[in-house]
Design a protein around this ligand. Structure first.
Ligand code: DQA
Length: 148
């Protein structure tokens, strides 16, 4: 892997974490999730740089993957509802070739049928589902271990 930079990408509606459907997503805010990933990454020796990005727009996420993805060592991504139907984000992940860990806060398999399928998963390195905000830290640990 070329760098010690990891991207943390969150898709649509995840900016509302903290107040959005706490029964599914808890009460932790996106700012708090980003801070905990930054803090853990900074505690590694040598430290990992984390670049966090959130967008409600499919094309903006694709542009970010194009501009930052190739130079990153890994990507932690919760694509939100785009998970279930965005072939364009899937193609961007496939095109850049950087390992992506797909994270879902809720257990999508215990929810509506349309959430059971991910079009991103076949091109992701792995998936962490249903472990709450802790899933982001587990993804960071995995990607960091792969750096060595
Ligand atoms: C989610 C699950 C998706 O189905 C949903 O559309 C989201 C959040 C999760 O983190 O559990 O926006 O990705």
């Amino acid at each position: 892997m070329s760098s010690r930079r990891i991207l943390l990408i969150n898709g649509p509606n995840l900016n509302l974490l903290g107040t959005r459907e706490p029964g599914h997503y808890g009460t932790v805010t996106l700012a708090s999730i980003e801070a905990s990933v930054h803090d853990r990454a900074a505690s590694f020796s040598p430290p990992i740089e984390v670049v966090a990005y959130q967008s409600n727009h499919e094309g903006a996420i694709i542009d970010f993957l194009h501009s930052e993805g190739r130079d990153a060592a890994g990507i932690i991504m919760n694509p939100g509802a785009f998970t279930h139907y965005s072939y364009a984000i899937r193609d961007a992940v496939s095109a850049i070739g950087t390992p992506v860990i797909e994270v879902h806060i809720s257990n999508v398999h215990a929810r509506e049928e349309f959430r059971h399928h991910s079009v991103i998963a076949p091109v992701a390195a792995g998936q962490i589902v249903g472990l709450g905000a802790h899933g982001y830290l587990l993804a960071l640990d995995y990607l960091t271990r792969e750096l060595h």
